[in-house]
Design a protein around this ligand. Structure first.
Ligand SMILES: [Zn+2]
Ligand SMILES: [Zn+2]
Length: 212
């Protein structure tokens, strides 16, 4: 599988472009900003965007989603529990960043456990990992043992839970049930910061001590 990581936007979000080497079909996870960089990554590998997906709808993870949708025609999907936050996004961005992000993307489908995201011969499992936000999800690429955890789990940290819909106890139980059940050598690719592994986080993440 082709994987390009781009650090985008004022809040330094990790945006990921994933591609199938055989069919050149691709998905983009968390297009937080910088449409030109995302398009350049797709062009570099001759990829056609099949779907735009987000780990959650905080603006830093989807500021370029509508632009990318308009530029490519690719469908956009999110977890339905995130819909109420999507409505807040424009106001939150105005309040925090003092600019108007414009219209959110059109929603063309749901992300839900049991409904894999397919692109060419590749597939991502969708795991619901609420707590940072109500509809946060983790995308698992089992074939290469990678987990795209958004703002649920970071290297040595976890997502904040003081924003609308945040819930610390729920976040910890999500991580234990949906991420720490993956094989230890699964690479954790978070929404911000450096990569880690499931095993390293299970043993060393200070927020999740005593996770066994
Ligand atoms: Zn977030
Ligand atoms: Zn974030």
């Amino acid at each position: 599988m082709i994987l390009e990581t781009m650090v985008v936007g004022a809040l330094q979000v990790n945006c990921y472009a994933l591609g199938c080497e055989q069919t050149r079909q691709a998905v983009v996870i968390d297009p937080g900003d910088d449409l030109p960089a995302i398009q350049a990554a797709l062009r570099k590998h001759d990829l056609t965007l099949a779907r735009i997906i987000v780990t959650h709808t905080h603006f830093d993870h989807m500021l370029a989603a509508r632009l990318l949708q308009d530029a490519t025609g690719a469908p956009f999907a999110l977890h339905p529990a995130e819909l109420s936050l999507l409505g807040l996004m424009r106001r939150m961005t105005l309040a925090w960043m003092a600019f108007d992000p414009g219209e959110p993307p059109r929603i063309d489908g749901d992300l839900a456990p049991g409904q894999p995201v397919n692109f060419g011969a590749e597939t991502l499992e969708v795991r619901w990992t609420p707590g940072h936000s109500p509809g946060s999800v983790t995308f698992v690429h089992h074939a290469s043992r990678r987990a795209f955890t958004g703002d649920a789990l970071f290297a040595g940290s976890i997502g904040r839970t003081d924003l609308p819909g945040g819930d610390l106890a729920l976040l910890l139980s999500s991580i234990r049930a949906e991420i720490f059940t993956l094989p230890d050598d699964t690479v954790v690719l978070p929404g911000h910061g450096t990569t880690s592994t499931v095993g390293a986080e299970r043993r060393g993440n200070p927020f999740l001590a005593n996770s066994g």
